[in-house]
Design a protein around this ligand. Structure first.
Ligand code: SF4
Length: 337
C-alpha cells in the first residue's frame, strides 16, 4: 500500500522521478508536494468541480487522480464533482470504446458522468457534428485559419449543458442566457472546471482575452497537470500505476491540425474517412473559386498531394510504428481552453 503511494507521487515531479534515490529523499519531496497541494486547497472552497473530459490520456489521468488520490480530491474537487464530455460526432472508434469504459468506471465510483450527444439538444443548430458542418457549409477545416470547431463542438456544448445541469441539480430559479451561472455564483461561488492540459502544453491555456464576461465571472479554470508537473508521459505512467489501460489520444478523425504522419495513419486505417475529407475539401475549393485566397486543409497543398508527400516521407513506417506514433500524438493541441 505504502509502495503504491510513493509510486504515485513519483510521477508528480521530475525531481522525484529522476533525482530521488533514497526513501528519505522520496519522503521529503513527497512532503513538499503535499504542502504545495494543501496551500492550494486553502484558497479553494469550491462547491462544484467539473472535469472537462476529452476522452484522451490527460483528462483520463485527472479522473483517475480524483478517484485514487485523496490529496488531489481535497485540493481540486472537495465537494460536488461531475465529469462532462461533448461528442464531436467524429471521434475515433477507440475513443468511443474508452468512453463506454469510463461510463462504467464512473458508475462504479459513484461519479456523475455525462457524454453529451447531439440528440440531447445542446449542440448548435449548424454544428451537430464536424462532418455535418463541413457538408452543410462546403468547408473542410484548415490549419491556416482560426479554428472554431473546438468552440462550437466542445466548449459551447459543455457550457450549455452545464447551465441546464446546475439549474436542475441546485434547484435554481433562473435559466437561459447564462442566468443560472450568475445565480449559482451568488449562492455558491465560482464553478471550478478542471482542464486536462499537460505540462509542456501550457500554450493551450487560455489567456482569458476573448472570454465572455459571464465566463470570467462564474468559472474558475484550473490545470492540475500543469500544477503537478505531469507531462504526457507522466500521465501515461500514472494511468498504468493505478492498474488502468492507457487510452489512445483523442481527437477528431479528420482534424485539420494533424501532421503528415497522422495523415498517413488516417489513410491506412480509415481510407473512407480520408476520401470523404478529400471530397469536402474539393467542394470548398469549388465554392471559393473566385476568392483571392482559397486554401485547403493544409494550405495550398491539397489533401491528395499532402498524402503523396506523407507517403514519400513516411511510407516506410510499418503499421506498428505508425500506431506507436499515434499513441503519443494528437488531440485538440492547437485549441486553447
Ligand atoms: S480535434 Fe481538431 S477538429 Fe476536432 S474539435 Fe479539436 S481542433 Fe477541431
Amino acid at each position: 500500500m505504502k509502495k503504491a503511494h510513493i509510486l504515485q507521487y513519483d510521477l508528480f515531479t521530475d525531481k522525484l522521478l529522476n533525482g530521488a534515490t533514497t526513501l528519505e529523499e522520496i519522503i521529503q519531496a513527497d512532503k513538499r508536494d503535499r504542502e504545495n497541494l494543501m496551500q492550494k486547497r486553502y484558497s479553494n472552497n469550491q462547491k462544484l468541480t467539473v472535469l472537462s473530459f476529452g476522452g484522451g490520456q490527460d483528462s483520463t489521468a485527472l479522473l483517475y487522480l480524483y478517484v485514487n488520490d485523496k490529496a488531489f480530491r481535497s485540493t481540486y474537487a472537495p465537494n460536488d464533482f461531475v465529469v462532462i464530455m461533448s461528442d464531436t460526432g467524429n471521434e475515433h472508434e477507440y475513443t468511443y470504446e474508452h468512453i463506454e469504459y469510463i461510463k462504467t468506471y464512473c458508475e462504479k465510483h459513484n461519479i456523475e458522468f455525462y457524454f453529451i450527444t447531439k440528440d440531447m439538444g445542446f449542440h448548435g443548430r449548424t454544428w451537430q457534428s464536424l462532418k455535418e458542418q463541413y457538408r452543410a457549409t462546403s468547408t473542410c477545416g484548415s490549419n491556416r485559419f482560426r479554428k472554431n470547431c473546438t468552440v462550437n463542438l466542445k466548449i459551447n456544448v459543455i457550457y450549455r449543458f452545464l447551465e441546464d445541469y446546475i439549474y436542475t441539480r441546485y434547484k435554481l430559479r433562473t435559466i437561459g442566457e447564462k442566468a443560472a451561472y450568475w445565480e449559482f455564483v451568488e449562492a455558491f461561488g465560482k464553478i471550478t472546471v478542471l482542464i486536462g492540459i499537460a505540462q509542456k502544453e501550457e500554450k493551450r491555456i487560455s489567456d482569458n482575452k476573448d472570454l465572455p464576461a459571464w465566463m470570467i465571472s462564474t468559472i474558475e479554470k484550473q490545470y492540475p497537470l500543469v500544477d503537478l508537473k505531469m507531462d504526457r508521459k507522466a500521465c501515461q505512467q500514472y494511468i498504468l500505476s493505478v492498474g488502468e489501460k492507457v487510452p489512445m489520444p483523442s481527437n477528431c478523425k479528420i482534424c485539420p491540425y494533424m501532421n503528415l504522419v497522422e495523415l498517413l495513419w488516417l489513410y491506412r486505417n480509415y481510407p473512407g474517412d480520408f476520401d470523404e475529407w478529400v471530397e469536402f475539401e474539393a467542394n470548398k475549393i469549388i465554392k471559393f473559386k473566385d476568392s483571392p485566397v482559397n486554401l485547403g486543409v493544409f494550405g495550398e497543398k491539397l489533401l491528395p498531394e499532402a498524402l503523396k508527400e506523407a507517403e514519400a516521407l513516411y511510407g516506410h513506417m510499418t503499421m506498428e510504428q505508425l500506431n506507436e506514433y499515434k499513441m503519443s500524438h494528437g488531440h485538440c493541441v492547437q485549441s486553447q481552453y
